[in-house]
Design a protein around this ligand. Structure first.
Ligand code: HEM
Length: 161
């Protein structure tokens, strides 16, 4: 078997290349997650990758908003979490984006659904109540949700204090 056969017959490797591809597409597409998520979905499903179930299995751990706030990147020894529609994602692998002082730190340690839907980096928009979003913004939020599902593990769900 040639090295090419080995690479192309291994779903994990193809899935890994889907992630690389989506990162590359994302850089090109800037803040347009729809392009990324559709492409990644195609490649991942071609590779036979399970894009949802494995991650959902970890999703039931309850996390209150004040617990979530401890994972905002200010303590480098702790993971960094971002929640979308109550689902908590571990984004620790992207400290350069979500860590202290980084461009997207505004989303860290909180459910930032509204801000993601609005494409807003304003801290006052980084809240969980997204009931004021219009249809297009809800769509944007859903696309971010899909983007995070593919990239990050779900580590819990936000519950009331
Ligand atoms: C001039 C405006 C912007 C530029 C040039 C820009 C650029 C980028 C680039 C290049 C990435 C990909 C980085 C990577 O994959 O490593 C990215 C990711 C991202 N951007 Fe922006 N962005 C802009 C505005 C915004 C705004 C307004 C939002 C608010 C929602 C936003 C939210 C995000 C998020 C959530 C990610 C995903 C980070 C991740 O988890 O990998 N961006 N942006």
């Amino acid at each position: 078997m040639s090295w090419w056969d080995t690479i192309t017959s291994t779903p994990a490797l193809l899935a890994a290349s889907a992630v690389t591809l989506s990162a590359a597409l994302f850089v090109r597409g800037r803040a347009d997650p729809s392009v990324v998520s559709e492409q990644a979905k195609e490649v991942a499903s071609a590779a036979g990758a399970d894009t949802s179930r494995a991650k959902m299995a970890q999703a039931s751990d309850p996390i209150t908003p004040s617990q979530l706030a401890q994972y905002d990147g200010s303590d480098p020894s702790k993971p960094i979490y971002v929640a979308i529609k109550g689902r908590v994602f571990d984004v620790s692998g992207k400290k350069e984006m979500y860590g202290k002082g980084a461009g997207y730190n505004v989303f860290a340690g909180r459910d930032a659904s509204k801000g993601l839907g609005m494409s807003s980096l304003d801290p006052k928009d980084a809240v969980s109540d997204y009931s004021s979003l219009n249809e297009a913004q809800i769509k944007t939020l859903d696309q971010w949700e899909g983007f995070f599902e593919k990239r990050y593990s779900v580590v819990g769900k936000v519950v009331a204090e």
